[in-house]
Design a protein around this ligand. Structure first.
Ligand code: A3D
Length: 320
């Protein structure tokens, strides 16, 4: 059986890391696509030369033409610009919306059967626009944010509790922005919910609140340190987890920016919710019950995403 084909649209910081991880995990053959001439070719050659040392079998190719992504099984989109210190994700909207148009049209023409994972910010609005421009089925176009935000939350919690990160599970839902919703009730250490751990004296409510806020600010903290761009290792590894779930039909339950119609009382929009990813793409939205506080936070986040989608429609009338 031929190896799956993985197209990485955008060969910058995240794109290069995605290619490295996909090769090491032998998920398939990899095409790195970018408008910058030489960058995808150079990264593909450099990464291919890891092969003899790492011992992986994967063909890596760099490309500046969409024809090279033909027949891709998975497309992971990072094309666009990242933020710099002082910028919010929303400041990227105008420029990255134009990029989503060309990427969506490229995927529509050359890889219409792919499972598409968008990473470009502002995430929830960009994955919506990419779906509109590509015309692919909603269940095959998804945004990566919840896996990353939950990983950040899990990391901070494992440090606070001094336990293995493997035993910390966490859910962060809502839009990928300042209003994201880390759900403490559904986050656990080996099944023990965080509110119980507070009651057991493992931490205080104040410390937990500070960790929740640090999770919300997790991207900005790294932008402030790097100064020239945004996080790329953890975003890449999070998207690879989603791609692997699709390619191997793993039925993983992962929080993703998915198209929600009906569940959570929503009537058709992209926002971060728990999903099951398998060979059909997003196979299920897990409609968990929220208490009044959680619902209020989620609604605020939904409103923020709706505002960005309206802004997209204002910029590009073809989306209205
Ligand atoms: P960067 O290293 O700048 O790479 C972006 C690449 O896109 C560059 O190589 C550009 O040449 C390329 N590009 C620009 N326009 C086009 C186009 N029209 N077609 C094809 N390629 C193009 O950025 P990065 O890899 O660090 O980040 C990429 C995106 O991911 C940014 O929008 C970030 O804000 C976003 N991001 C999202 C998360 C989430 O959790 C959702 C986390 C981190 C970064």
């Amino acid at each position: 059986m031929a190896r799956p084909k993985i197209a990485l649209i955008g060969a910058g910081q995240i794109g290069g890391t995605l290619a490295h991880l996909a090769a090491i995990k032998e998920l398939g053959d990899i095409v790195l696509f970018d408008i910058a001439e030489g960058t995808p070719q150079g990264k593909a050659l450099d990464l291919a030369q890891c092969g003899p040392v790492e011992g992986f079998d994967a063909v890596l190719k760099g490309a500046n033409s969409y024809e090279d992504i033909a027949g891709a099984d998975v497309c992971i989109v990072t094309a666009g610009v990242p933020r710099k210190p002082g910028m919010s994700r929303d400041d990227l909207l105008g420029i990255n919306l134009k990029v989503m148009k060309s990427v969506g049209e490229g995927i529509k023409a050359h890889a219409p059967n792919a499972f598409v994972i968008c990473i470009t910010n502002p995430l929830d609005a960009m994955v919506w626009a990419l779906r509109e421009f590509s015309g692919l089925p909603h269940e095959k176009v998804v945004g990566m944010a919840g896996v990353l935000d939950s990983a950040r939350f899990r990391h901070f919690l494992s440090v606070e509790f001094n336990v293995s990160m493997r035993d910390v599970t966490a859910f962060v839902l809502g839009g990928h922005g300042d209003t994201m919703v880390p759900l403490t009730r559904y986050s656990t250490v080996a099944g023990i919910p965080l509110p119980d751990l507070v009651a057991m004296g493992w931490t205080t409510q104040e410390k937990l609140d500070a960790i929740v806020q640090r999770t919300r600010d997790g991207g900005a903290e790294i932008v402030g340190l790097l100064k020239t761009g945004s996080a790329f290792y953890a975003p890449a590894t999070s998207a690879i987890e989603m791609a692997e779930a699709y390619l191997k039909d793993q039925k993983r339950l992962l929080p993703c920016a998915a198209y929600v119609k009906g569940a959570f009382g929503l009537d058709g929009m992209y926002v971060g919710v728990p999903t099951i990813i398998g060979a059909k793409g997003i196979e299920r939205i897990v409609d968990i019950k929220m208490n009044a506080d959680e619902q209020a936070m989620f609604n605020k986040s939904v409103d923020a995403v709706k505002g960005l989608v309206e802004a997209c429609k204002g910029i590009d009338p073809s989306l209205a």
